[in-house]
Write a protein that binds this ligand. Structure first.
Ligand code: ADP
Ligand code: ZN
Length: 709
């Protein structure tokens, strides 16, 4: 069974090996069992149902919540030569009728549907009259009422278990928590499903969190080293989204805005451009999210703090879906903390709910002030243990200095207390630095015992300290007033001198601005730039011709491998990961020409020709296609194929594409008499007009090897 799966993986998708749990999952589902698959974004969930779908007889039905997602998947499958369609409300009645007809005739292998459509009695009826290979339920966490993606229609999918007891079902999600998992099992009636849990680590993402100083300048600094890469910049408010998008455009970075307040058409247009064009930056609120399947998002920036680690993980997770290096970058400051706390205080909901939200925010803040490996901390929050520091986050790669902040922290807390627990950070810093100004005098604060005790630290260092005190919950923000600070009970042991406090020291600005060694733009070395751009521009041209996003033609990883391996022939091209039979046939030659600097039409030596022919046939090309690729006559191809069959380099199935009944008739004709196989000329008359003699040669060669060995 695994052999069969691997062959499909190579022939159709062009990949050499399964990743992680894929093989086990595919084996389970292809064998008719149910499965629950938890895998992070970019883990390769699609193959988990697409491969079994191709291994099993009948129609595979895929439930997906978003039209955009479906269209993308269908386009990708079509490019791979798999007959897939999406049934959705944008189709006319006639179009829908035609699709139904094609399905009935068995011409469609994969059907994508929204859940509400699948559970319509007519649709269920229709499907019950067909052979169904499997049901795949994508984004299965949408069944959870507690999550933010809840879709009531998902609740009805449970009935598939009863209506189609013989059909395997596979539910997939990138949402990891236990509660969601149990809900999926229960509501989708997946009690018999085998569970496949993957690590939720995203090893290709580099995490960096910086203190916010001059956010726009910091952002430009980050982007400067990443020109030409696609990315997302998240902001909290719609207004800020528009301002930042405009600012970036003005600075020469192509940026688009996306938020729920934009007219629908404009939003859709921006999303489409982001998917179809390369190197665009989407400045967005969190409304821009699920359904962003673009695999080559190279960075996700946060100019505002997300309100939980769940949100942070999900948003940063949109980077690097293709497995290539990607970055998560965030700037955060005290203002973020104050703002989120205010939002929380003013939000609806009961006390219990608010307490939960508060805990989530605290966990997010803890990650920001984390002095150990960020990845370890992040995964630990999701109950996953990473044994060693990752070596691939800012803390690991730059190192974190901590310092004993016990005394200054006491001074700061004391300044809060003695000034009456109602002043903001600016004023408190003025007190500590002993600044003689109007506001200080008006309040008489020049007489406080803490006035001027903090001259050993700079203004910036004090601000950082206050932020850290708030982030650690030692001080609180007065949310009704004007953001004044108050003491929190938990600071008492510190004030009494019972505990000490160690805080992370802010990195020097120069260090912070440095591009990490994993910077995505460094994927392509300088001397490769020109070829890289040429490959990308060919891809863009083909994508436009086919009306699909560029990554549907080939993902970046495949172009990059072409760049590295420099295939010189179609045979070598077929070995590039991501180049399956159909794509080899459609695009192989065009990309070869770019790589080898224009077409060279020097004739191929016969030995090479043979070798290449075998490769192409194994990759699933038909003789006609091979003839086109190799630039020789069909007759030649057939005779070389017959030879390859004779040498047992190819099986008959690999070489020919004959209807089974016809093949049976030909074989019978050869086997009719006793003793020696008849020569081709003896039976050719029977098949005149049906098949070429060359085909008969191939069949005969295959029979002969069977007899001999
Ligand atoms: P998910 O749905 O889990 O986010 P996808 O199914 O979109 O992930 O896969 C992410 C990327 O990884 C895609 O470009 C896909 O083609 C690629 N991929 C998946 N499995 C493999 C594999 N076994 N070998 C090489 N590439 C793979
Ligand atoms: Zn780390």
């Amino acid at each position: 069974m695994l052999d069969h799966a691997l062959r499909i993986l190579k022939d159709v998708f062009g990949y050499d090996a399964f990743r992680g749990n894929q093989a086990a999952i595919i084996e389970r589902v292809a064998g008719g069992g149910d499965a629950l698959v938890l895998m992070p974004t970019g883990g390769g969930k699609s193959l988990c149902y697409q491969v079994p779908a191709l291994m099993r007889e009948g129609l595979a039905v895929v439930v997906s919540p978003l039209i955009a997602l479906m269209d993308d998947q269908v386009a990708t499958l079509e490019e791979l030569g798999v007959a897939a369609v999406a049934l959705n409300s944008t189709l006319s009645i006639d179009e829908q009728r035609e699709i139904a007809e094609r399905i009935r005739r068995g011409q469609i292998k994969m059907l994508y549907l929204a859940p509400e459509r699948l559970v319509q009695p007519r649709m269920l009826n229709f499907l019950q009259g067909l052979e169904i290979a499997l049901f795949a339920i994508d984004e299965a966490h949408c069944v959870s009422q507690w999550g933010h993606d809840f879709r009531p229609e998902y609740l009805q999918l449970g009935q598939l278990a009863e209506l189609f007891p013989q059909v395997p079902r596979i539910a997939l999600t990138a949402t990891a928590d236990k509660r969601t998992r149990e809900e999926i099992v229960q509501r989708l009636h997946l009690d018999k499903a085998e569970r496949f849990l993957s690590s939720f680590d995203r090893p290709n993402i580099f995490y960096r969190i910086q203190p916010k100083d001059q956010p726009r300048k910091q952002l430009l600094g980050f982007l400067a080293a990443r020109k030409g890469d696609a990315g997302i910049v998240y902001c909290l408010s719609r207004k800020k989204v528009e301002e930042v998008a405009e600012f970036l455009s003005g600075q020469g970075f192509p940026a688009l805005a996306y938020h729920a307040g934009l007219p629908n058409e404009l939003r859709a247009y921006h999303q489409k451009r982001f998917l179809n064009e390369e190197g665009l930056i989407m400045v967005a609120t969190i409304a821009f999210g699920m359904g962003i399947d673009k695999p080559n998002v190279r960075f996700v920036c946060h100019l505002d703090l997300p309100k939980s680690l769940e949100a942070y993980y999900q948003e940063t997770g949109r980077a690097g879906r293709d497995g290539l290096p990607a970055e998560a970058w965030m700037a955060y400051g005290l203002q973020d903390v104050i703002f989120l706390k205010q939002m929380l205080a003013n939000s609806e909901g009961d006390e219990r709910h608010k307490r939960i939200e508060q805990h989530k925010l605290d966990a997010m803040l803890a990650l920001c002030e984390e002095t150990r490996c960020r990845r370890q901390a992040l995964l630990a929050y999701f109950d996953e243990v990473l044994a060693e520091p990752c070596g691939h986050c800012d803390n690991c790669s730059d190192g974190v200095e901590t310092w004993d902040a016990t005394e200054p922290a006491r001074q700061a807390l004391s300044a809060i207390y003695r000034s009456g627990q109602r002043y903001g950070v600016g004023h408190l810093v003025d007190i500590l630095l002993g600044r003689d100004n109007e506001k200080i005098r008006a309040a008489g604060h020049q007489h406080l015992s803490v006035f001027g005790v903090g001259k050993a630290l700079s203004e910036g260092e004090w601000r950082t300290l206050f932020r850290q005190l708030v982030a650690r919950g030692l001080a609180d923000v007065d949310l009704e007033g004007f953001g004044g600070l108050r003491l929190h009970e938990s600071c008492r042991p510190l004030l009494r001198g019972e505990v000490s406090l160690h805080l992370r020291r802010e990195p020097k600005p120069a260090q912070a601005a440095r591009a990490s060694s994993s910077s995505a733009s460094q994927l392509v070395r300088v001397h490769e730039r020109e070829t890289w751009e040429a490959l990308r521009s060919l891809r863009r041209k083909l994508a436009e011709e086919h009306g699909v996003p560029p990554y549907v033609i080939f993902p970046d990883a495949t172009l990059l491998e072409m760049l590295r391996r420099q295939p010189g022939s179609l045979r070598e091209m077929a070995e590039v990961s991501g180049v399956g039979a159909r794509k080899l046939e459609r695009y192989g030659r065009a990309f070869l020409e770019v790589l080898n600097g224009g077409a060279d039409e020097t004739p191929v030596p016969v030995a090479d020709l043979r070798h290449e022919l075998v490769t192409l046939a194994r990759a699933g090309m038909t003789p006609v296609q091979i003839a086109g690729q190799l630039g020789c006559s069909e007759r030649n191809v057939y005779s070389l194929l017959a030879e390859a069959i004779g040498n047992q380099q190819l099986t008959l199935e690999q070489a020919l594409d004959l209807p089974e009944t016809l093949l049976g008739e030909i074989q019978d004709a050869f086997l009719e008499g006793e003793g020696e196989l008849p020569a081709v000329s003896e039976i050719a008359g029977q098949f005149a007009g049906q098949v070429d003699e060359a085909v008969l040669h191939c069949v005969r060669a295959a029979l002969q090897t069977e007899f001999e060995g």
